[in-house]
Design a binder for this molecule. Sequence first.
Ligand code: HEC
Length: 107
Amino acid sequence: MKKVILAVMVIAFALFIALPNLSWAQEDLYKAKCAGCHGADGKGTPAGKKMGAPEFSSPVVQKASDADLADFIENGGPQKKAMHAFANKGVSPADAAKLAVYVKTLK
Ligand code: HEC
């Protein structure tokens, strides 16, 4: 019995470690990594707005290409803004591409 419990715990722990690296629905990824500044609805949290985060319904975002948005998410855009640079924080290029599409739906 103890072995079963131990096994379950090991699996649960392994999943806990693996989760952020798996390609989950971009919505979950968004909630985990982006909503803190941009809000679940893409309108921006007070903290995010203070830093200058745009609403995703704004033309800046709606008119940007998916590639540009993905670069912004991964590398902080042309100015390499540190609060993004998600390439170093567990967001793969494929995830960034999905997120770029996803944020445009938040309007
Ligand atoms: C620490 C706060 C913070 C977090 C976390 C954050 N952002 Fe941002 N984001 C900002 C700020 C501030 C700006 C405005 C930067 C600027 O234009 O100078 C911005 C801008 C953007 C833009 C607009 C880019 C453009 O073309 O102007 C997009 C799209 C975006 N964020 C997506 C995301 C996604 C997707 C995530 C999660 C992977 C994320 N952000 C996480 C603060 C944050």
